[in-house]
Design a protein around this ligand. Structure first.
Ligand SMILES: [Zn+2]
Length: 675
């Protein structure tokens, strides 16, 4: 009875959750849900929304609400016991979802309900439509022995992809490099040095400790004058969890192949030619040809500019620094030097202007102006770590949503930045409204000493990005869980609000709100801002082809993979030969830590970032036309996109906001690649 995961409080009681609570709670909820669903099915002769979908939504939301804090804590305060408990539940949950997806009685009941469209509102109809589609994708129409195989595949995939990301995390955590000779640290900014000093002290070591946590890795490859040091970090980072990594037990080579084999079988089992086709069944893009055509078109418009940018970098390194051969581990370093020489602005000189408190306040004011909301911090709440913060989102004094923020990198926290859902907006059976709650997680460089954490402009952009996802989740007005907030939004459209929000990090009017020197309070000086804007598109074509390389690798791999035939490295090399401009060393094993596609939901979907960037750039161009704080454009974006969640097709929503279909012009113009 005392299991905190079974209490279903308004907000999770993180402090009370122990690893030992996890499995019993999930077992109990799964047992209860199964019994309730059996009862629902035996009583579903003439189903309507209230007798079928609403109770089902309630059951699944109770399960989601219990699992959400577990999954969240497993990502941000990982330890062996929690990981074990989490892993023990994965196959059980996967089994449950598979059963649900293969429940013939439910399938028939939803089919009957779809025949009563006149009794349903728009979002409800979309829920029924999506559910029937997902039923088909979960093999409902297959003969029993194939359904069995489908369930096995899903379960194995869930385990293998989890192991993939554990290997990356463990390989990342296991590697460190202690430097005791101060001379080797030349070039590193004071903050990176202080961080490395702190990391060494935390392990009772003398000197400076560098790790493969992104801020540490990135500082070294960008700033360290010592080429051997850059090489050491680059090599360690790019061989994580590979055959060339520190320990064979974390080698993801076999897992990559096994995951691809299973995905291929899964797709064919459901009648698709390959996993790429299967992936597109739930996306905005219509066919593999359309996706590859889209990516190759962008590559074609961008590559020559990228080659030119890379040649400039080579020339600069040779002429100014006497470097004969520019290697991959030199690229960030000389890029930073060239950028400084050309624009005299570096991420590090910008940090003092972006102290965390000022940035957050500015972000909230920008969102407030655009979407008519006020954000206030809640200080008394149950947290999983001292860094965690909680905020209320209000409109005219009325609570709309809440979000947690966990901003800083630390041990046992998964790298990267993300938004996840804690509670979804929905109408409860009692008639009350459940308000949405989000988690925003980042891995910024923590504060050193007494000063506030100082963010790079990149980090500020990341924060705006994740907050954009958060707004999509939190400002929804939809009341059916399945299409509320980011639920039910196609993967390739889900990055629209997040990438859209990044635009404000580049607008003088907005920068006046989000910047302020941590000592003097001065906003970013106009001269620095001008340089920053000039520097904005520095190497943007190189960056674009890098994204296109990853997108094409992911998509072509899942489209062309043949078990026992396809050589993953070869396929990656082929894509690189067509698209990339930076020659990479033979030891580069980037794919072995490419968790987005081997452990996350981006398999045959990494292209979504670029796809959505076209949407977001084009959406923002309306603000360029009408004013970046235009109340009318802001209200339209809120009503047509943010509030609608997944209740309508993304193309319809886009056209409703923009008045026409999306065009690539704004993206290329913003990147300075085309006029
Ligand atoms: Zn995102």
């Amino acid at each position: 009875m005392s299991n905190p995961l079974l209490q279903q409080p308004e907000l999770p009681t993180f402090g009370a959750i122990k690893p030992a609570d996890v499995e019993p709670a999930i077992d109990e909820l799964l047992r209860r849900n199964r019994a309730a669903i059996t009862a629902l099915c035996s009583d579903s002769d003439n189903p309507d929304w209230g007798s079928l979908v609403a109770p089902l939504e309630q059951l699944n939301d109770e399960l989601a609400s219990a699992w959400s804090p577990v999954s969240h804590m497993n990502s941000v305060v990982n330890n062996d016991e929690l990981r074990q408990a989490y892993n023990a539940c994965l196959p059980k949950l996967s089994q449950y979802w598979t059963e649900l997806g293969q429940n013939q009685q439910l399938f028939r009941a939803f089919g009957q309900l779809s025949g009563k469209a006149e009794t349903l509102d728009g979002p409800q109809r979309k829920v029924i439509e999506n559910t029937l589609r997902d039923f088909r994708l979960s093999g409902i129409a297959l003969p029993p022995e194939r359904q069995q195989r489908y369930a096995e595949l899903q379960q194995q995939l869930s385990l293998l992809t989890t192991r993939f990301s554990e290997n990356v995390l463990d390989a990342t955590n296991a590697w460190s490099l202690l430097i005791t000779d101060e001379a080797r640290l030349a070039g590193l900014p004071a903050m990176a040095l202080a961080g490395a000093r702190q990391a060494a002290e935390a392990r009772q070591q003398q000197g400076w400790l560098f790790t493969l946590d992104f801020p540490s890795y990135f500082a070294v490859v960008t700033h360290a004058d010592d080429r051997a040091l850059r090489h050491a970090l680059y090599r360690a980072y790019m061989t994580r969890a590979s055959d060339l990594g520190a320990d064979a037990k974390w080698d993801n080579s076999q897992l990559i192949n096994d995951i691809l084999v299973l995905r291929h079988e899964l797709a064919q089992l459901l009648g698709f030619a390959n996993y790429a086709e299967y992936s597109l069944a739930t996306k905005m893009a219509e066919s593999p040809e359309q996706v590859v055509g889209f990516l190759e078109d962008l590559a074609g418009r961008t590559r020559a500019v990228a080659q030119q940018e890379f040649q400039e970098l080579r020339d600069y390194a040779r002429e100014q620094h006497g470097l004969d051969e520019l290697q991959a581990w030199d690229v960030p370093y000389y890029s930073e030097k060239l950028k400084q020489a050309r624009y005299e602005v570096s991420q590090e000189t910008l940090r003092p202007y972006f102290p965390m408190p000022r940035v957050l306040d500015g972000l909230f004011r920008v969102a407030g102006k655009l979407f008519d909301i006020e954000i206030e911090e809640v200080t008394e709440f149950d947290r999983w770590h001292a860094d965690a913060r909680l905020f209320n989102v209000n409109r005219n004094g009325e609570l709309l949503a809440r979000f947690y923020l966990d901003p800083y990198a630390r041990d046992n926290k998964r790298g990267g930045a993300w938004m996840d859902t804690c509670r979804i907006r929905r109408r409860l059976p009692s008639g009350e409204l459940q308000l949405p709650v989000a988690y925003l997680v980042c891995n910024f460089t923590p504060a050193v000493g007494k000063d506030p954490a100082l963010l790079t402009h990149d980090e500020v952009t990341t924060l705006f990005h994740e907050f954009g996802h958060g707004l999509h989740h939190m400002l929804t007005q939809i009341e059916c869980a399945e299409v509320s907030g980011i639920n039910g939004v196609a993967w390739d459209a889900v990055e629209l609000p997040s990438q859209f929000m990044e635009n404000w990090c580049w607008e003088p009017e907005a920068l006046a709100l989000i910047s302020g020197h941590y000592q003097t309070g001065d906003v970013l000086p106009a001269a620095l801002l001008e340089k920053m804007l000039a520097a904005k598109n520095f190497q943007s074509a190189m960056f674009m082809v890098r994204q296109l390389e990853l997108s094409l690798f992911d998509f072509c791999l899942h489209r062309d993979f043949e078990p026992g035939v396809t050589n993953v490295q070869q396929l990656l090399d082929d894509v690189r030969a067509r698209v990339s401009v930076v020659p990479l060393p033979d030891f580069n094993r980037f794919q072995h830590s490419f968790s987005h596609i081997f452990a996350g939901g981006y398999a045959a979907g990494y292209y979504s970032y670029k796809w959505a960037e076209v949407l977001s750039a084009d959406a923002f161009s309306r603000f360029e036309e009408e004013g970046i704080f235009s109340p009318r454009a802001g209200a339209d974006f809120r009503h047509q996109i943010l509030e609608m969640g997944g209740s309508r097709e993304p193309m319809e929503l886009f056209v409703a906001f923009r008045g026409r279909e999306p065009r690539v012009d704004a993206l290329l113009r913003h990147a300075g690649i085309a006029a």
